[in-house]
Design a protein around this ligand. Structure first.
Ligand code: SF4
Ligand code: SF4
Length: 146
């Protein structure tokens, strides 16, 4: 990196530089609120009661389900890129949280994971595959349709 690039880099906000540095690993800066949410998600004991009431899981086998959201994605933020094609199925209806004996905030966790993907949005690797296709069409022809 030459001196000009070093200067330009130093002018970029610290948060932007941090995201750039860690985004390959799927890591983004966490606020105190994010950390509290992840601690709440870690209350999950894997009982599966939420999976019995989730309407999306009953209708869409591609959805990973609320237990997986709570147990895997929430405990491992770096797993968010791998979850990009499944977490958008959740409607955040909240039925899972009502049924959960540990009151794990699954809808909020899903929203957090989506936000995390959005924070990493400049890198298409983190976009849902179908959304990537829509973006490609809009860029190529100005229309999301084929
Ligand atoms: S009901 Fe709650 S504790 Fe049980 S698996 Fe679902 S999120 Fe975890
Ligand atoms: S909030 Fe999402 S995971 Fe929970 S029951 Fe509704 S669709 Fe399923």
């Amino acid at each position: 990196m030459n001196i000009e690039e070093e200067r330009a880099n130093a002018m970029r906000p610290a948060r932007e530089r941090l995201v750039e540095h860690y985004k390959k690993e799927g890591l983004v800066p966490l606020s105190a609120r994010d950390e509290l949410l992840l601690i709440a998600a870690a209350r999950c004991v894997g009982c599966g009661l939420c999976t019995l009431v989730c309407p999306v899981l009953a209708a869409e086998p591609r959805y990973c389900g609320p237990r997986t959201v709570a147990m895997t994605a929430a405990r491992l933020p770096a797993a968010a890129p791998a979850a990009r094609n499944v977490i958008f199925y959740c409607t955040t209806c909240g039925a899972c949280e009502v049924a959960c004996p540990r009151k794990v905030p699954v809808p909020e966790t899903v929203a957090f994971l989506r936000l995390m993907l959005a924070r990493l949005a400049e890198d298409e690797e983190y976009h849902p595959e179908r959304l990537r296709e829509v973006r490609r069409r809009v860029r190529a022809r100005g229309s999301p349709y084929e």
